[in-house]
Structure formats: C-alpha cells, structure tokens
Design a protein around this ligand. Structure first.
Ligand code: SF4
Length: 122
C-alpha cells in the first residue's frame, strides 16, 4: 500500500532511554526510513554558511580606530592606523568575526558569506 510503512519485521528496535524524563526512542542509525520507499535516505550534508571575505567598509562611516575588533579577535584584526584584516587570517572562527563586527561602534566591519560577492552583515 502506497504511503504505508515497511512491515513490522523491518521496524527498528526501540530502546528504552535510561533518562526517565525522556521517553522518545533514539532514531535508528542512518536516519528514519522513508514512508514512501521504505529505505533510508542518504545522509544530508550539514547546512553551513562560511565567511569567505572580511574587509573594512567605510562607505557609510569611517573606522575610528578604537581597537575593539582587535581586542575581540586579535588573530583576525589589527589596528595599526585603521582596522586591517591580518594577512592569512583564518575565517573559520566565525563567532569571533561576528563578535568583532557586533562590537564595532560604527559598523564598518564587513563580511561576505559563501562567496556571495556582497556584504552579508549590516
Ligand atoms: S572596532 Fe570598528 S571602529 Fe574600532 S578599530 Fe575596529 S573597525 Fe575600527
């Protein structure tokens, strides 16, 4: 029958949870069976958004050289005169970049996500 689950012999074994506050059975390894096909779908790639570029955007305001970005993320930013992104900075520490951008009092730290070609933070 279309839309029905696989036969009861194919049902995953339900294990009891040792935490009595949690009665949900764990999902089977590899994910749930598709109700349409009866097979497990391939694992999904995690949805990631990667910062691919960071720069000083003075189109609205100017960097006031307060040094907050360097204090928050010294591996990424330096402020010799105005903010500069360190040569070869690793953008994988995205929390640090977000924190630095949020700490900037004049919002001039710009970053691009997934090579969008535009500023993705405001
Ligand atoms: S936090 Fe903003 S204003 Fe302060 S130095 Fe960094 S970029 Fe410039």
């Amino acid at each position: 029958m279309r839309g029905s689950r696989a036969s009861s012999a194919a049902e995953p074994t339900i294990l009891s949870c040792p935490d009595f506050a949690c009665h949900a059975p764990p999902p089977p390894v590899g994910g749930l069976l598709s109700p349409l096909t009866g097979v497990r779908p391939p694992p999904r790639m995690p949805a990631t958004m990667t910062i691919t570029k960071v720069w000083l955007d003075e189109s609205q305001n100017e960097c006031i050289s307060c040094g907050a970005c360097e204090s928050v993320a010294p591996d990424i930013f330096e402020v010799p005169q105005k903010m500069a992104v360190r040569e070869g900075a690793d953008f994988s520490n995205e929390d640090a970049i977000h924190d630095a951008a949020n700490s900037c009092p004049v919002s001039v730290i710009a970053f691009e996500v997934d090579g969008s070609g535009q500023r993705d933070n405001n």
